[in-house]
Ligand binder design. Sequence first.
Ligand code: SF4
Ligand code: SF4
Length: 406
Amino acid sequence: MQYRRVGKNGDEASILGYGCMRFPTKNGKTDMERTEKQIMSAIERGVNYFDTAYLYIGSEAALGSILHKNGVRNKVMIATKIPPYLVNSRKDMESILNTQLERLKTDYIDYYLLHALQDIKGWEKAKANGLMSFLEEMKAKGVIRNIGFSYHGDKNDFKVLIDDYNWDFCQIQYNYIDETNQAGVDGLKYAHSKGIGVAIMEPLRGGSLVGKMPDEIKKIWNKAKVNRSYVDWALRWLWNQPEVGVVLSGMNEESHIEENIKLACEVKPNTITEDEHSIYKEVKETYLRLMKVGCTGCAYCLPCPAGVNIPFCFSYYNSKHLFKNKHLRFQYLMFGGGATGGRNSLASKCIDCGKCEKACPQHIEIRKDLKNVKKEMEPWWSGPLLSIIRGVLKIKRFFTRGKITE
Ligand code: SF4
Ligand code: SF4
């Protein structure tokens, strides 16, 4: 494992950090046995940075209990986050921090972030509420070791934020597609030049840079002289830059952990060739041309009061364009329209309330894009057809269970 500095205090974090947003599940709950094996195997192989959040359901408690049970709390650094938009008083701050310490079974947090600062307005509110004074007080007492923020806003606000406080570190969305989006490469270099550690989130852009590739993009990768996996290309691009600190990867499959750790041991900075940079550029331009909506699937926009599964809708819409696959419309209707037993969560259910747009870190015009999804993915006959299928399902349930449950 290779290590780089994150905070100003000289901490050396593994270049691969463990993203704890989604652990493996079993029967709808965290599969603790499998999660423990995965976490312990990563620690044994040198991963020492774990990133969770107050809002990641069940994550802090699962991580805390595994670290405690195995007596390894002091071998790793825990990063967790407080949502500033849920905090209005000192009582709120104390309550959230105490809950986190309890869940994590620890008396200190190594890296404490303001979760998803979007802009200057949110930052001014956090300061006015006394959140920063509270965090400084906790830092002086040793309860928090480093203060930072995670960020999805634009480059200009990012620089203002960096200059306005003595941050120890920050966390930005960054990958070869988002090189100039959000804080981007300029933000990364700016923070680094000020001695602020930069952790990276969304290195695979919610998984869209790996897995099934559109043929057009496959052809570009195939021009490379070396044969690499898509994960390798994506992580290599990040670790090639010395300004990048820890790269957070949400790993809940043993094979992901294996591959990521292997790469984190091998990939050195400043080793990507000119030819390879041209390939990244071509892939990026093609992706941006093929993708309709820049949704990363983070799900911050949920729940929707009308029940729309926003990331689901955008994922099928994007895939239909990326893979030019007409059958995806059918799957979108069947899986999202309640035809396989779930609820109807299609774009057409949107009631235009706008709640989701306030929460989207990518600043997507969700309502406008959902209208396009509806137009393209939900033909006039889909409503009646889905009603018939749902009706048949109800009758089937009636006869199999003896009662209608809906
Ligand atoms: S605007 Fe539409 S999709 Fe967004 S939260 Fe409101 S109803 Fe849901
Ligand atoms: S619409 Fe925005 S908030 Fe919702 S999943 Fe996509 S990127 Fe995330």
